[in-house]
Design a protein around this ligand. Structure first.
Ligand SMILES: Cc1cc2nc3c(=O)[nH]c(=O)nc-3n(C[C@H](O)[C@H](O)[C@H](O)COP(=O)(O)OP(=O)(O)OC[C@H]3O[C@@H](n4cnc5c(N)ncnc54)[C@H](O)[C@@H]3O)c2cc1C
Length: 395
């Protein structure tokens, strides 16, 4: 049988979730993927343990040209709904911190669960399948005809669940955006996000800090995150940098608070009052890793002046810098390392309730290909589940 009620292109997170719920409603489903196995990105997510949702997921943790778009899908598929699926399958999980739920054993547990549920509703998989051509016959009995390396397939509805551009080596492609363009849909500008920053070592002098990780505040475009920051040979990484990259545009500065929740100026003044004769660099090394303390103090305190000889004004200016160190990245590392793609199919083109395209009845877009991007912390997979569920109820 080569005709289906629904063809879903992309057997990843959103595609399988959609198949489960459309299949449960009696639809005949073909899930088609060019990869040889399903759910490759789920398998590598969360360092192999998949941060599959966040118990606090709400629209506040998502970026989109229309920040209200995701509300409907999120409200109909809250974090507990996915947790219930795991419980039904006896999959152990842990709340790591800040509501981030991870598999206790392996991300493979989630892939197996989704695949099993797809099989239970009779969804057929066609893997290693390349779509060569898509033709749409509009009208009351609309049909989508696909020419692939595995033959011809057709369906009444077509759901695009091909994800974003990040990590091409495991199968990410721009296919979903190409289909959107084929149908004349707008695409919000794409950029790698949840990505590390590249810095110019000549201007920052940060390269010798490679390997240092510390709790920092990082602010970009007025949005602040307090998480771990990691110095790398290319620049900055770690959760704080990744979160900031969601908001970053070329040329934007970042402001780093190296001592969040710490009144560094008062701390130095107390040391000064008790007659401490240490240098600023050595004293700062009591609060920060030595190499970082050296680097941060080298411009303002190039010679080792003892604290009593440093004026309060100089100390105050220096401490202000420690709490809002300005740095302008040269870029982000790019799609080879980024966890997600920011931007995507413009939400104005889609129904927020069903994910169906307003201009092309029967055509749906779900998951990361849509212009909805979540913070680090389980929110992107949660969007994949929630948008897949919304489409699955309507397809
Ligand atoms: C390293 C890494 C770690 C991550 N960790 C987390 C995490 O812990 N928590 C979290 O919430 N999010 C995480 N993410 C993000 C999350 O994995 C994605 O946002 C999510 O998988 C998107 O779901 P999706 O269904 O839209 O796309 P995907 O899950 O990427 O599925 C897309 C599918 O489409 C297929 N496909 C692509 N192009 C074609 C084509 N031309 N023809 C046919 N098939 C095609 C792919 O092979 C793939 O199977 C991580 C991402 C990365 C890269």
């Amino acid at each position: 049988m080569n005709h289906y009620d629904v063809i879903i292109i992309g057997a990843g997170a959103s595609g399988m979730m959609c198949a489960i719920h459309a299949g449960a409603r009696g639809r005949s489903i073909l899930l088609l993927d060019h990869a040889a196995q399903v759910g490759s990105k789920i398998r590598i997510s969360g360092g192999g343990r998949c941060n599959f949702t966040n118990s606090g997921a709400s629209a506040a943790q998502y970026l989109s040209n229309n920040p209200h778009f995701c509300k409907s899908a999120l409200s109909r598929f809250p974090a507990e709904s996915f947790v219930d699926m795991l419980k039904k399958h006896g999959i152990p999980f842990v709340d790591k911190s800040k509501g981030q739920l991870f598999c206790k054993n392996s991300a493979q547990d989630i892939v197996t669960m989704l695949k099993d549920e797809c099989d239970q509703v009779g969804a057929r998989f066609e893997l290693s399948c390349e779509v060569e051509k898509l033709v749409h016959s509009p009208g009351p009995s609309a049909r989508f005809h696909l020419t692939t390396n595995k033959g011809e397939f057709s369906s009444a509805s077509l759901c695009i669940a091909t994800g974003g551009l990040s990590i091409p080596k495991i199968g990410a492609t721009g296919f979903g955006y190409e289909i959107a363009r084929q149908f004349g849909l707008r695409i919000v500008e794409l950029a790698p996000a949840l990505d590390g920053f590249t810095l110019n070592p000549a201007t920052t002098g940060f390269r010798e800090l490679t390997g240092i990780s510390l709790d920092c505040g990082v602010t970009c475009r007025g949005v602040s995150f307090r998480e771990a920051l990691l110095f790398t040979h290319q620049g900055l990484s770690g959760p704080a940098a990744l979160q900031a990259s969601l908001y970053w545009r070329p040329g934007d500065p970042l402001f780093i608070d190296f001592l969040p929740m710490h009144n560094t100026f008062e701390w130095f003044i107390r040391k000064k009052k008790v007659g401490n004769r240490g240098t600023v660099k050595n004293l700062l090394a009591e609060l920060l890793p030595t190499r970082l303390a050296e680097r941060l103090s080298q411009t303002d305190f190039s010679s080792p002046v003892p604290l009593p000889q440093v004026s309060e004004k100089t100390l105050e200016n220096f401490c202000r810098k420690l709490h809002e160190w300005e740095i302008t990245p040269t870029g982000t590392v790019g799609y080879d390392k980024a966890e997600v793609t920011r931007g995507g199919v413009d939400t104005d083109e889609l129904s927020s309730k069903t994910m169906e395209c307003k201009k092309v009845p029967g055509l749906f877009f779900i998951g990361e290909v849509v212009d909805v991007t979540g913070w680090l912390g389980g929110y992107n997979l949660h969007w994949a589940w929630a948008s897949g569920y919304a489409a699955g109820l309507s397809l």
